[in-house]
Ligand binder design. Sequence first.
Ligand code: PEP
Length: 225
Amino acid sequence: AGTGKFFVGGNWKCNGTRDSITKLVADLNDAKLETDVDVVVAPPYIYIDQVKQSLTDRIEISAQNSWIGKGGAFTGEISVEQLVDIGCKWVILGHSERRHIIGEDDQFIGKKAAYALSQNLKMKAFADSISNWTDVVIAYEPVWAIGTGKVATPQQAQEVHLAVRDWLKKNVSAEVASSTRIIYGGSVNGNNSSELAKQEDIDGFLVGGASLKGPEFAVIVNSVT
Ligand code: PEP
C-alpha cells in the first residue's frame, strides 16, 4: 500500500434480495474493521435505501452508475441528485461490464464523471474530463481477472499501478499522481488480498464476488497492516 488512506469498495453488482442483503448488512455491522481504511459498498439502486437505513455509518454507500446530467425525461435512469438525496457518497463509473455489455464509451463516461463530481459525488473511475482530482479513486481491473477466479499476481498489478501513476504524473501533475488512490480489482478474495496490499502502488481494492460475504470482505478490508 502507498501513502494514501487504504480504500476498499464492495461492488455488489446485480445481486441480492431484501433477505440476503439484510444478512449481509448484519454481517458487515458485526465485522471489526481497521480504522484507517475507507470502506464503501455499492448495492443495486433499489436496495440503497434499505442499506442506508440499516448499515453502520462506518461504511459509506456508492451507486453502481448514474445519469450523465440533471434528471428529467430519461426513462429508467437515476440522477446524481437523487443518489445524493438518499445518502450516496460515491458512484462507480466506467466499469468494464458497463462498457462491454451496455456499450458505454469513454466520452459518455467522461460526461458522467464530470457531472457526478460537479454535484460532489466522489468517484471510483477513470476519466479525461476531471478538473478536480481530490474526489477520485481509480480502479485498475484487468478484464480477464473480473469474476474469473484468476487474480493478477502482486507484481503484475504493481507494474500497472505504477504505470497509471506515471501517466498521471506526465498528463496531470506530480501532486495528483502521488495523492490519487489507485485500487486493484479482479478476483480479490480473503486469501490473496494481503500479498497484493503489500505492493507500494496498490492503495486498496474494488471487490466484486467476495464483497457479498461480510466476513470475507472484512478480511480484505483488514488486509492492510
Ligand atoms: C468487479 O467487477 O469490480 C470485480 C472486481 O469483480 P470480482 O471481484 O468478482 O472479480
